[in-house]
Write a protein that binds this ligand. Structure first.
Ligand SMILES: Cc1cc2nc3c(=O)[nH]c(=O)nc-3n(C[C@H](O)[C@H](O)[C@H](O)COP(=O)(O)OP(=O)(O)OC[C@H]3O[C@@H](n4cnc5c(N)ncnc54)[C@H](O)[C@@H]3O)c2cc1C
Length: 270
């Protein structure tokens, strides 16, 4: 049961949100709340103050100087409703369409909440690391920018300092991309995810999620890319160190090469 002396805040801007976080010794940030609210209910997340970002002006996607600036409160549905987004970032669109949980989660869950939660088996961390996204974090001390690959510190561990809010996700376009994930059924959580990218300067990478506590990037630029070479390289590179209720580490390791090869195949020849 959620504690009855919880104070709820829905500040109208980021500065106010950060001030509340700075003033409260125990405050929790809520994005869409799809993870945080059930955790509050189960008593796994304890807070005296809840700072809900729904009114803080963070739900927009803006294209500026060739870069997408995605507010941390943009939901999967909000992203897909952005004009021109399929051309601007097909990889994020594939991820958003493939989130299980139906319309409820796609309308309520945010990209920001997913990367902050840092579940190794989630789609968004893999995609943002593959896209070399940068994350903008704000607190009363000021603003800092962190590459997605450094923001993820371990399973369910993100580099968010006390009093900080993730405000934006910055993403530059890539030339081509591919995404593949393996899950047990249409409604289940992913087990292994793979995002492949080819940049304008012909750099080719695949990033694997759900095998180690943080996404693993593998450089394929020097590979004469047959699928079997990719499978072997992946098997030799990733270490089976992540297990959860859906699958043990050894199983994840076993399938990771195939999942990577399928994502790379979508690049259409490298
Ligand atoms: C039924 C179901 C099915 C799902 N299926 C999938 C799936 O197939 N693939 C997948 O990848 N994910 C899946 N998810 C997870 C889903 O993607 C996340 O629940 C959602 O994106 C989290 O976003 P949120 O805004 O609701 O986060 P919240 O619940 O609001 O927050 C999550 C965590 O991040 C913190 N946080 C949130 N926003 C910020 C911010 N701006 N700054 C600082 N900290 C912040 C919160 O304090 C909390 O610790 C599923 C979830 C459910 C419930």
């Amino acid at each position: 049961m959620i504690r009855d002396r919880l104070r709820y805040h829905a500040p109208a801007d980021v500065e106010t949100a950060c001030r509340i976080l700075g003033d409260s010794p125990s405050a929790a940030v809520i994005g869409g709340g799809t993870i945080a609210v059930p955790r509050l209910g189960r008593g796994e997340l304890r807070a005296d103050d809840i700072v809900h970002l729904s009114r803080a002006g963070l739900a927009e996607v803006v294209l500026s100087e060739g870069e997408l600036r995605i507010g941390s409160m943009v939901t999967y549905a909000g992203l897909l409703a952005t004009p021109g987004i399929e051309q601007l970032n097909p990889l994020l669109c594939t991820v958003a369409r493939g989130i299980t949980g139906g319309d409820q989660i796609r309308n309520q869950g945010t990209l920001g909440g997913s990367i902050c939660h840092a579940n190794p088996a989630s789609d968004v961390p893999t995609a943002l690391v593959a896209l070399r996204a940068r994350l903008v974090l704000h607190s009363i001390e000021g603003e800092r920018e962190v590459p997605a690959g450094e923001f993820l510190r371990g399973g369910f561990q993100a580099d968010i300092r006390p009093g900080e809010i993730l405000t934006h996700i910055l993403v530059r376009p890539v030339d081509r991309s591919g995404y593949h994930k393996f899950k047990l059924s249409e409604s289940s959580w992913p087990i292994v995810t793979a995002a492949a990218t080819l940049t304008h300067d012909r750099q080719c990478h695949v990033v694997l999620g759900g095998v180690e506590p943080v996404p693993v990037r593998i450089d394929l630029s020097q590979i004469v890319g047959t699928e079997s070479t990719i499978r072997e390289l992946v098997a030799a590179t990733v270490r089976p160190t992540w297990s959860d209720a859906l699958a043990p580490a050894e199983y994840r390791h076993l399938i990771s090469g195939e999942i990577a090869a399928r994502a790379v195949a979508q690049l259409g020849g490298v």
